[in-house]
Design a protein around this ligand. Structure first.
Ligand code: SIN
Length: 507
């Protein structure tokens, strides 16, 4: 074990949120720690849609805010969502100035496309479906060139260091077989989501919610962990993770059909652009009834497919499928975690010394169901805010302890956990299945120890069991109604240990 003293913020995560924070923290010296080379394991690099922002003449931040709140099913934090949507244009312009090559109109303006539950075209794209990779590449170049930023591309977060008051004063990083204690003025968690906990996911498999688990163990408040978004059109060709067929395909007219060619959501032109949770449940239902589910882009996109959606086209061709002439088989898959470490738009959490931003954070902007392409906006806009705020933080005290070292979960039990999470905490949940899932998590913990993925899986399952209603991404077949009053799940460790699953206070 070695120890270093870093005189600035330590940022864990090299995706869009982490790099935006790092760039904006200047001139404070920043250490960014990523478990892999930049671009390799960040879900932002995989984003196909783009950045949602009020960019067209007919749009306004207030309209974007209205759509964000409508999609979020009663749980969107108005203030946070207002800050986000107000930041939209400036954020896209900042990314463009850093070199993100957004698609443009002939007059130089941003070209925008439509995605589900947006009342108008509002998503700034890059090369059709290549936004995530192109934007993150531009930021990675800027971060590598910035004098105030040092990047470790081989470090894994394994613990948080705390002083006698409980303030977080650094982190334990595993690097090249060594454990390094990095003391820093602030720790920014930008560790991404938890899609890898599910057998069917569109996100990198390595994303297991470990940053969230460590924040929880150190005492941070966790908000709404039960809300997981399932994308309705993951390409179902037996790959893990599942390649995504972006919602923009439906925005451009592709339709969801069953194997008999019947429209799954009905014949109306806009039917397939309902909120993502509604579409995911319809696709799930069609598959459960044995009708299958397919995205048919033959008429709407046809021969333009390779130019219009090169990433999706490449995934289809690699799987032996030509989407110009064949409908694409699709299934819902875990895509985004709305729940996470409770944080404000500046990344502040309930735990002193810790900031959280991006998918590991729950700022309230997504509520129970994230509006498409709001996540890249949030990662960059709140990333910038968080970087500035973290840079102003002064160092805490001397470390007196660390979160307990947790065992690693090996491949076989992880596969078992992932299958159980998709089966029991997927698109449709009920008490019987969630209870079975919790028993499975108990069993895995007894056999393999309290590994961090099990900690997060338990938070999701217990909160899902406790929420006896259906709302947004959380659908209970045994409680299909939605309560009139929307309530958050707020969990803090000591309380939860003694009282979950009743901690959320559901009657
Ligand atoms: C998509 O392109 O369908 C995904 C966009 C998003 O998750 O926001």
């Amino acid at each position: 074990m070695s120890r270093i003293h870093h005189q600035g913020p330590l940022i864990i995560g090299g995706g869009l949120a982490g790099l935006s924070a790092a760039l904006e923290a200047a001139p404070a010296p920043v250490l960014v720690v990523s478990p892999t080379p930049l671009l390799e394991a960040a879900s932002s690099a995989w984003a196909q849609g783009g950045v949602a922002a009020a960019l067209s003449q007919s749009d306004a931040p207030a309209l974007h805010l209205k759509d964000t709140e409508a999609a979020g099913a009663g749980l969107v934090d108005h203030h946070a969502a207002e800050v986000l949507t107000d930041d939209g244009r400036a954020t896209v312009e900042w990314l463009a100035a850093l070199g993100a090559p957004f698609d443009r109109e002939a007059d130089g303006g941003f070209s925008v496309s439509r995605e589900a539950a947006h009342s108008m075209a509002r998503v700034a794209r890059v090369g059709g479906d290549g936004a995530g990779r192109a934007i993150l590449s531009a930021l990675a170049i800027a971060a590598r060139a910035a004098e105030h930023i040092t990047v470790w591309e081989d470090g894994r977060l394994t613990g948080l260091l705390q002083d006698a008051t409980g303030r977080v004063v650094g982190a334990v990083i595993e690097r090249a077989g060594d454990r390094v204690e990095v003391l820093a003025t602030a720790v920014v968690l930008a560790t991404g989501g938890a899609g890898g906990l599910f057998g069917q996911t569109t996100t990198p498999r390595a994303l297991l919610g470990e940053g969230l688990a460590l924040a929880w163990l150190a005492g941070a408040e966790i908000l709404d962990p039960e809300f997981v978004q399932f994308h309705p059109t993951a390409i179902d060709v037996g790959l893990d993770p599942m390649p995504l067929a972006t919602e923009a395909l439906r925005g451009d007219g592709a339709r969801l059909i069953d194997r008999n060619g019947e429209f799954i959501l009905g014949p109306e032109a806009d039917a397939d652009l309902a909120p993502r949770d509604v579409v995911a449940r319809a696709v799930h239902q069609a598959r459960a009834e044995g009708r299958g589910a397919f995205l048919d882009a033959r008429t709407a996109i046809g021969d333009h497919f390779p130019q219009a959606f090169p990433a999706v086209f490449a995934s289809c061709i690699a799987a032996g499928l030509d989407p110009r002439v064949q409908p694409i088989p699709v299934a819902p898959a875990a895509h985004y975690h709305m729940g996470g470490i409770a944080a404000d738009p500046e990344g502040r959490t309930s735990l002193k010394g810790v900031f959280a931003v991006g998918e590991c954070a729950a700022t309230g902007v997504h509520g129970a169901n994230r509006l498409a392409s709001n996540s890249l906006l949030e990662a960059a806009a709140f990333g910038r805010r968080t970087g500035r705020m973290a840079a102003a933080e002064r160092a805490g005290g001397t470390p007196v302890g660390a979160t307990p070292a947790m065992p690693h979960l090996s491949a076989e039990p992880l596969l078992e956990l992932r299958a159980a999470m998709s089966a029991e905490a997927g698109v449709v949940r009920n008490a019987e299945g969630l209870t079975r899932l919790l028993a499975r998590i108990d069993g895995l913990e007894a056999a393999h120890g309290p590994a961090l993925p099990l900690v997060v899986a338990r938070l999701i399952a217990e909160a899902a069991l406790a929420r006896r209603e259906s709302r947004g991404g959380h659908y209970r077949s045994d409680y299909p109604e939605t309560f009139t009053t929307a309530r958050h799940t707020r969990l803090v460790k000591p309380e939860v240990e003694s009282s979950l699953p009743r901690a959320a206070g559901w009657a």
